[in-house]
Ligand binder design. Structure first.
Ligand SMILES: Cc1ncc(COP(=O)(O)O)c(C=O)c1O
Length: 376
């Protein structure tokens, strides 16, 4: 079954008791336990029927054994990282999302978890950085905001030779374009706030894992930490997911048009988009994904141009986040990656003149016209 059909018929697409085609929002914290009857649900931190429908849907479309829904992308990332113990060492993609950097350096470091941020585009860095206590490889591809690409299959084969658990943040691609679990990754992580939800109206995180033991460990943390997604937000995500394919196709079409146009603008110095055949990761994306996504990053000629763009564009909202139906223009240095110290940020290429555009569902011609008017 093709993705566009599967996402609408996952098996969790209607309510088994009433037949309702929109999954009911079960606003219940607890469930009656009188008598001999044993019920599937006991308490909503451990399980909720609306959340279960979302988790099952995600497991089906990511091709994993079990899905887990969390209160935000960062809650999902933190809950997965919490399966590790003091003394464990984790290798992490260098230009990882700023919030992932923050939770590792400011929180997990205090609990004795060790980590190194490495450029995973160069696979030799992975092999050379593995230590006796390395337990996991955490990847983000394409990375936020510079859209650097890591070869998932090759990274997995190095990791597996050293018995590492492999984790991949799949937020930018979504399972429509990229399915890390099919490439050997053990755990796929999403900020569902972005393309999965798609409407800038819900904060959520989703994890899909493979293997009974790993699922049990993540499920255990989900229950113990309790950073679960509420039923109303689960429903919003379930609704957003139904249109994921058509939205992603349109996001990508728009991104390609805008990126190609930006490349020819004298006030724009550099454009990052994995869909360009000149992008260093293009060939790898062609092998491991079925699309390039809807995010384009670009470096403006100077701070004045950057500032004027942020001040005067009328179609995109200038804001943190991405993946909404509306275009979103972000300034990574002061927004998504503000948690990374300036020196490291600049070394990564996240300068003050870098902008990230999440291309929405507007007509690309209008978006281009808007940016052109601003540049002029
Ligand atoms: C790649 C990536 N992962 C994780 C997150 C964190 O997600 P949330 O904001 O839903 O906590 C973000 C947020 O921007 C992100 O871009």
């Amino acid at each position: 079954m093709k993705f566009g059909t599967k996402i609408l018929h996952t098996g969790a697409d209607y309510d088994p008791t009433t037949g309702a085609v929109s999954i009911p929002i079960h606003h219940s914290s607890t469930y009656d336990q009188r008598g001999e009857q044993t019920r599937e649900y006991v308490y909503s931190r451990a399980g909720n029927p609306t959340r279960a429908a979302l988790e099952e849907t995600m497991a089906v479309i990511e091709g994993g054994d079990q899905g887990f829904a969390f209160a935000s992308g960062v809650a999902a990332i933190s809950s997965v990282l919490a399966i590790f113990s003091a003394g464990d060492h984790i290798l992490v993609t260098k230009d990882v999302y700023g919030g992932t950097y923050r939770v590792l350096t400011e929180v997990f470091s205090r609990f004795g978890i060790e980590f190194n941020f490495i450029d995973t585009c160069d696979l030799t860095n992975i092999e050379e950085s593995i230590k006796p206590n390395t337990k996991a490889l955490y990847l983000e591809t394409p990375s936020n905001p510079l859209l650097k690409v890591t070869d998932l299959k090759k990274a997995v084969s190095i990791a597996k030779a050293h018995n590492l658990i492999t984790l991949a943040d799949n937020t930018f691609m979504t399972p429509y374009f990229q399915q890390p679990l099919q490439l050997g990754i053990d755990v796929a992580i999403h900020s569902a706030t972005k393309f999965l939800g798609g409407h800038s109206d819900v904060l959520a995180g989703v994890v899909v894992a493979k293997g009974e033991q790993l699922c049990q460990r993540i499920g255990g943390i989900q229950k113990a930490f309790g950073a679960v997604l509420g039923p109303q937000d689960c429903w919003l995500l379930l609704r957003g997911l139904k249109t994921l394919k058509v939205r992603m196709d349109q996001h990508q079409k728009g991104a390609m048009s805008v990126a190609s146009w930006l490349k020819d603008q004298p006030l724009v110095e550099q454009v990052f988009y994995p869909g360009f055949n000149t992008h260093p990761g293009h060939k790898i994306v062609m092998q491991q994904a079925s699309g390039f996504g809807g995010v384009v990053s670009f470096v403006c000629k100077d701070w004045e141009v950057t500032k004027q763009l942020m001040k005067n564009v009328t179609i995109p909202v200038v804001a943190v986040s991405l993946g909404g139906v509306e275009s979103i223009l972000s300034h990574p240095a002061t927004m998504s990656h503000a948690a990374i110290p300036k020196k490291e940020r600049l070394e990564l290429g996240i300068s003050n003149n870098l902008l990230r555009l999440s291309v929405g569902l507007e007509e690309p011609e209008d978006l281009i016209q808007d940016i052109e008017n601003t540049l002029q």
